[in-house]
Design a protein around this ligand. Structure first.
Ligand code: BGC
Length: 237
C-alpha cells in the first residue's frame, strides 16, 4: 500500500457487503468499486480482516474514510444493529490506522452517503435502503449527525427499518415494498419539510414506483462518494 497524495480510500461497511474504492482529492473515483460479502457473524475481527484483504488490491491512498452502519460519535462506534454487539466501543479507527499507517475518519453510513450527494441548499434528507434503513439530515450542507429514523416506531410497534429493511422487502415483494416507501416519504415530508430527499442504498434500484418531485434515487456509489467531504466537515454529535 503506497501513498498517493490527497487520495482517499473510501469504505462502506454494510450488513451484506463491504465496499471500497479510492477517490481523488476532488472526490472522483480513480478505480472501480470492489465488494466482498460481509463475513457472518459480522464481528469486528473478521470484518477488519476482510477490509484489509480488500485494500491490497486498491490503488495507493493517503487516508481512509469509513461509512459505518450504526451510530458513530467522534470516530467511536456506539451501535451496530445489523452487524454484531461486539462493535460497541470497538476502536475501528485505531485498528485501521495501526494496520495501514493512514489517518482514518469514521461516520454513520447514511451521513457519509449524504455528504456525497447533498447540494448544500436548505434542508435535505437522505434515506438509504439496504439491510437496514439509514437516514441523514443536512441544513445548508451542514450535517446533523446520527439521525436514527430507522429505529423509530412507524406503524404500531413496527419501526421504519422493520417496515422497509431487506427482510421486509423479501417478505412483501418489490411492489408492496415500493408502496411502503411512498408511505414513509409521505410521513417524513410534513415533519422535516425537506427541500430534497435522496434515496440511496443497495435496494433503491428495486423501487417500482413514481416518486414525489422532490425525491431522487442516487447512485449506489453514493455511500462511497462522501469520503472526501468527510474530511472537510467536523462531524460532532
Ligand atoms: C442503523 C443506522 C444505519 C442504517 C443503515 C440502521 O440499523 O441504526 O445507523 O445508518 O442501519 O445501515
Amino acid at each position: 500500500m503506497g501513498s498517493r497524495r490527497g487520495a482517499t480510500l473510501s469504505i462502506d461497511i454494510g450488513g451484506s457487503g463491504l465496499k471500497m474504492l479510492v477517490l481523488d482529492p476532488e472526490g472522483i473515483p480513480v478505480n472501480d468499486r470492489r465488494r466482498v460479502a460481509t463475513p457472518r457473524p459480522a464481528r469486528p475481527k473478521p470484518v477488519l480482516k476482510a477490509l484489509v484483504d480488500l485494500m491490497d488490491a486498491q490503488p495507493t491512498f493517503d487516508r481512509i474514510s469509513v461509512g459505518f452502519p450504526g451510530v458513530v460519535v467522534d470516530n467511536a462506534i456506539v451501535s451496530a444493529p445489523n452487524l454484531d454487539g461486539e462493535w460497541t466501543g470497538f476502536p475501528l479507527a485505531r485498528e485501521l490506522e495501526v494496520r495501514t499507517e493512514r489517518m482514518v475518519r469514521i461516520a454513520n453510513d447514511a451521513d457519509v452517503a449524504g455528504l456525497g450527494v447533498v447540494d448544500g441548499d436548505g434542508v435535505e434528507m437522505v434515506l438509504t435502503l439496504g439491510t437496514g434503513m439509514g437516514s441523514a439530515l443536512f441544513v445548508d450542507g451542514k450535517l446533523v449527525p446520527n439521525l436514527e429514523l430507522g429505529h423509530h416506531p412507524f406503524h404500531k410497534s413496527t419501526s421504519y427499518e422493520e417496515y422497509l429493511g431487506a427482510v421486509a422487502l423479501k417478505k412483501v415483494g418489490t411492489k408492496r415494498w415500493s408502496k411502503r416507501v411512498i408511505r414513509v416519504l409521505q410521513t417524513i415530508q410534513p415533519i422535516w419539510n425537506p427541500r430534497r430527499i435522496y434515496i440511496g442504498g443497495g435496494n433503491a434500484k428495486k423501487l417500482k414506483t413514481e416518486l414525489p418531485a422532490n425525491v431522487a434515487v442516487v447512485s449506489n456509489l453514493a455511500g462511497l462518494l462522501g469520503g472526501v467531504r468527510l474530511w472537510e466537515h467536523s462531524v460532532h454529535s
